[in-house]
Write a protein that binds this ligand. Structure first.
Ligand SMILES: CC(C)(COP(=O)(O)OP(=O)(O)OC[C@H]1O[C@@H](n2cnc3c(N)ncnc32)[C@H](O)[C@@H]1OP(=O)(O)O)[C@@H](O)C(=O)NCCC(=O)NCCS
Length: 187
């Protein structure tokens, strides 16, 4: 699905646009994602695996999300620069299609200024428009306290904990903390 374009202001007054990318921006998106992955030890994609992604992969990624009624990609743009990438997709199988998961990563210079929180709020807002969606989910690596803090602040509850689920490139293990924001009725 295509998200509604939205303009927000960071604490420092910088104007940021949230919008869906189009396939003509695939290469730009890929280069931004590769760059962000260099400073994102707590996302699944490593800088090495990001290097292996191709523009064709990115075109498929954008196209499949833009054309889906239960998934979307949302970039954050400062001027002509992509400073944030997030995506959301509901499961496709019938027993889990009420659930969907998200991922988010920002340009390192745009972290710690409230952008992640505002982007998460916008992801939630857009996910709520998906027919039949009841649960917004994510997985966070245990050392990622910044991300964990935002998710708790926005009402996500911990629903699972998988010890030593990830082996990080520095040789340490990280636990996988599974979190859920239930947006359906409570019973
Ligand atoms: C995680 C990420 C999206 C957060 O976005 P952000 O713009 O940096 O976060 P915000 O500025 O909105 O909020 C950070 C919050 O965490 C708090 N925080 C910062 N460092 C912290 C720490 N070490 N421990 C606990 N809380 C911390 C801040 O005080 C702030 O809370 P507040 O708004 O109540 O003051 C961003 O840092 C990022 O892209 N990281 C790399 C990729 C990544 O890890 N993605 C998440 C995978 S689950």
């Amino acid at each position: 699905m295509i998200v509604n374009t939205k303009e927000i202001l960071l604490r420092n007054g910088k104007k940021i646009i949230f919008r869906s990318p189009d396939i003509g921006e695939a290469e730009k998106l890929l280069l931004a994602f590769r760059a962000f992955s260099e400073t994102s030890p707590y996302i699944l994609t490593t800088p090495e695996s990001a290097q292996k992604m191709t523009v064709e992969d990115e075109i498929k990624f954008i196209k499949s999300h833009n054309e889906s009624s239960s998934a979307f990609v949302m970039i954050a743009e400062y001027g002509t620069e992509i400073v944030g990438i997030s995506s959301f997709a509901a499961y496709k199988d019938s027993k889990r299609k009420h659930r969907g998961a998200l991922g988010i990563t920002l340009h390192p210079d745009f972290r710690g200024q409230g952008l992640g929180t505002m982007k998460m709020k916008s992801i939630i807002e857009n996910a709520k428009k998906i027919t039949g969606l009841l649960s917004i989910e994510l997985s966070v690596m245990s050392p990622n306290s910044t991300a964990h803090n935002i998710y708790k602040k926005l009402g996500f509850q911990q629903v699972g904990h998988h010890p030593k689920a990830f082996l990080l490139s520095d040789g340490h293990f990280a636990d996988d903390i599974l979190m859920q924001l239930w947006i359906g009725p409570n019973n």
